[in-house]
Design a protein around this ligand. Structure first.
Ligand code: SF4
Length: 509
């Protein structure tokens, strides 16, 4: 792997050629033959589908026959940076991936703020489509010159973080890699870039089915500029100002991360507890962003570039780990009736290393606990007990014992053992951490979203935050017009205002 480092593109900033917006060049890789071609994106495709998810889906739709096996060699996985990637626009450091999901059997999309997208785009590529299957483990190195096919024998079996270390550090490089879960085709295996994830729908299993361990892009060959820099700068200024003026994006998310939402969902009765049989808990304060912030020496650890800065890391038992995000504390914490912020951070790290989606992992684990209580299966996993959870996570990733069945998700388990009424999924994808019975908009979103139970197609704030903000209701004092910001410790409103994050209220439609 050392030759990869030697290929680092070392151009002085001022001499870098420019790409105005998009290069319109997409790599098409065939792993079976170890060949690649370059596709020129057409003007009408760009106009109709813009970039990222839209363009990616159009490109794979045109190339993939119907009814193919998601884990077969005909499936295509596409990594697609967006139009704004590389321009420095606020929060534009995220890229998309699309494929056919092995978990749901339908189209899949995920987005990620790891460095891979920026590296791919500044290497001069607006996307990479990968089909076929290598006979042996392989990884790709992408530079401005094209694609190299490399033997991944030394990487196979390594966890996702270790794999990235072994690929080498390079300020212009970023990787999209799988962990053991992807290699073993766990149906909710994810793809990892730095410590951020293409989480949902089992994209890691698609890479694993192709014997593709990693795609390593070395960028820095091009500078991405706007077509009209003056207008771009003006709009960027407006967007940045709006982000900095909003209490949510300038304070709650920036200071406490996405799990600042726990107070809100808990008090609104939509935090999943005990496999969605309850919607709140008195112990929820221990998994709030506020609690993590005050007790674990948290700091920013975000996608780049970002103006909101919601990603966090913290110190847990002397180790620096990512602070689990809202969906993770909801599914791997409260939904299992576990409110220990340290063990949830450790499970989050374990799932990250092994390369698995924490939402589906938590949803499936909760189904197993409930099925065990109801006598449908034999298991030692129990609500409220962390005993055996870490071992079960590893069993899933390595396909050991019952873990192999858990790796197919809650829908498949319920089809075999019964218990479909408490397999909390839509189209085979486990629900994120918002109980739709208290948020009808989210319920509609789950029902119709094109990838299954998705939390990205609907903004909870439209339905619930708006009510709270309009009426300024404080759940602590229950008074309308209260200006106080609720925090996790039930103190007086005056004290709460010093450290709190958001207005909270109850939605009674
Ligand atoms: S750090 Fe958070 S707010 Fe910023 S781009 Fe990433 S997910 Fe979005």
């Amino acid at each position: 792997m050392s030759d990869t480092k030697e290929k680092e593109i070392n151009v002085k900033e001022k001499n870098i050629p420019e790409i105005v917006g998009t290069s319109n060049k997409v790599l098409e890789v065939d792993l079976t033959n170890k060949t690649y071609t370059i596709y020129q994106v057409k003007d009408e495709e760009r106009r109709m589908y813009l970039g990222g998810k839209g363009l990616g889906l159009k490109l794979i739709y045109d190339r993939m026959p119907a009814k193919i096996d998601p884990l077969g060699k005909e499936n295509i996985i596409a990594f697609m940076p967006g139009v704004l990637m590389g321009t420095g626009a606020p929060c534009s450091g995220r890229f998309s991936a699309v494929t056919k999901s092995p978990l749901t059997g339908i189209m899949d999309h995920a987005s990620c703020g790891g460095p891979f997208g920026m590296s791919l785009k500044t290497a001069g590529w607006d996307g990479i489509l990968i089909k076929g299957k290598s006979e042996t483990p392989i990884y790709l190195v992408v530079t401005s010159s094209g694609v190299e096919f490399k033997d991944a024998a030394a990487l196979w079996g390594k966890d996702a973080f270790e794999t990235q270390e072994l690929l080498g550090k390079n300020k212009n490089a970023g990787a999209a890699v799988i962990g053991p879960a992807g290699e073993n085709k766990v149906l909710f295996a994810n793809i990892v870039s730095e410590k951020r994830f293409l989480g949902r729908g089992g994209m890691g299993a698609v890479m694993g089915s192709k014997n593709l361990k990693a795609v390593y892009a070395i960028g820095g060959a091009y500078k991405i500029v706007a077509k009209d820099q003056k207008i771009f700068d003006k709009i960027k200024k407006v967007a940045t100002k709006r982000i900095n003026n909003s209490p949510s994006t300038s304070h709650a998310l920036r200071k406490f991360g996405t799990n600042n939402l726990v107070n809100f969902t808990n008090l609104s009765g939509i935090l999943p507890v005990r496999n969605y049989t309850e919607g709140s808990s008195d112990n929820a304060y221990k998994i709030t962003g506020e609690y993590y912030s005050e007790n674990f020496n948290t700091k920013h650890h975000t996608c780049k570039p970002c103006t909101i800065l919601c990603g966090k890391s913290g110190t847990f038992n002397g180790k620096e780990l990512s602070v689990p995000e809202y969906e993770t504390v909801g599914l791997m914490g409260s939904n299992l009736e576990i409110f220990d912020p340290v063990v949830i951070a450790e499970w989050n790290d374990l799932c990250g290393r092994l390369g698995m989606d924490t939402i589906s992992m938590g949803g499936t684990m909760a189904w197993v606990m409930e099925a065990g209580e109801k006598g449908l299966i034999k298991t030692d996993l129990k609500f409220g007990s962390p005993e055996g959870v870490a071992a079960a996570i590893e069993d899933v990733a390595y396909g050991r014992g019952f873990g192999q069945e858990m790796g197919r998700g809650s829908r498949a388990l319920s089809q075999k053992y019964g218990g479909a009424d408490f397999a909390i999924q839509v189209k085979g994808m486990e629900l994120p951490a918002y109980d739709p019975r208290g948020s009808f908009g989210m319920g509609l979103n789950y029902a119709v979203a094109n990838r299954g139970a998705c939390h990205l197609g609907f903004l909870l704030c439209n339905e619930l935050f708006a009510y709270v903000h309009i009426h300024h209701i404080c759940l602590y004092c229950r008074k309308s017009g209260c200006k106080i910001q609720r925090t996790y410790i039930p103190q007086s409103c005056n004290e709460l205002s010093l450290s709190g994050s958001i207005y909270v209220g109850q939605y009674n439609p």
